[in-house]
Design a protein around this ligand. Structure first.
Ligand code: 6GU
Length: 241
């Protein structure tokens, strides 16, 4: 398959949604291959132990390194990016998703408890790129739901996965701005009207209006995104909005 996803987790059932929806159809069509692996198959004690108390003390448990090393030796081809979801990671963004979508595949290592012994990521960096990433400023119980998010964000950018290429090019975040509002019929609904410009047939006026709505919404909801735009991203018309 053109793009391969491997997920290692102690909760393989949590990843069953990967076989559904957009990604399930991409898998049926042979565009994406997804394999989910139970970390415990790489333990060797009776209790299939994957965690232990943290050195230095403190709450919670840390995932032991050896099962992870065996899992990655079995699952990861040399050079394949290892993604480690963690609230302490670098931000996962649309730009990161677009970059990963150009690679041959990804291996995800889902930690639970207080995370995975740091030496696993350090050791794994000897065999290819390692990305410790966060999907937002909140704390999840484990990386599994973050993997669902990241796999969906990456695979919908793969050639052929989303039917309408334009719907990807115009996505919120694709140009660093939020997408403005969308409307469909009826033109008048329960006392709320579709903006008249969208009914005008004036395509240049519609494009200008959409750009202005995108800028207004971004300024209101995500002023941090506006501030981060590169020099030259905003025209004089944009600044007049
Ligand atoms: Cl990627 N993992 C966990 N456990 N919590 C998170 C996260 C990831 N991103 C935000 N919170």
């Amino acid at each position: 398959v053109p793009f391969r996803v491997d997920v290692v987790t102690i909760f393989p059932e949590y990843l069953t949604p990967l076989r559904q929806s957009l990604l399930g159809k991409a898998a049926e069509r042979g565009l994406v291959g997804v394999e989910v692996h139970d970390l415990r198959q790489w333990t060797d004690d009776l209790h299939r132990t994957v965690d232990d108390a943290p050195y230095g003390g403190g709450p919670g448990m840390v995932m032991k390194p050896e099962p992870w090393a065996r899992a990655l030796e079995a699952v990861r081809s040399p050079g394949t990016r290892l993604v480690v979801p963690t609230p302490a990671g670098r931000p996962f963004t649309q730009a990161v998703a677009a970059a990963w979508a150009t690679e041959p595949g990804l291996v995800f290592a889902c930690g639970r408890y207080e995370g995975i012994d740091q030496r696993v990521a350090d050791w794994a960096a000897g065999a290819g790129p390692v990305s410790e990433v966060s999907i937002g400023d909140y704390v999840l119980a484990g990386g599994e739901s973050a993997v669902l998010v990241m796999v969906e964000a990456v695979t919908r950018l793969l050639p052929g996965v989303v039917g309408n290429r334009e719907s990807v090019e115009y996505d919120s975040h694709a140009d660093g701005l939020l997408e403005g509002p969308s409307y469909t019929r009826p033109a008048s609904w329960r006392g709320h009207e579709v903006p008249a410009v969208l009914l005008s047939g004036d395509h240049a006026a519609i494009a200008r209006w959409r750009r202005a709505e995108s800028l207004r919404r971004t300024a209101a909801r995500r002023p941090d995104l506006l501030a981060a735009l590169p020099d030259g991203a905003l025209t004089d018309d944009d600044r007049a909005v």
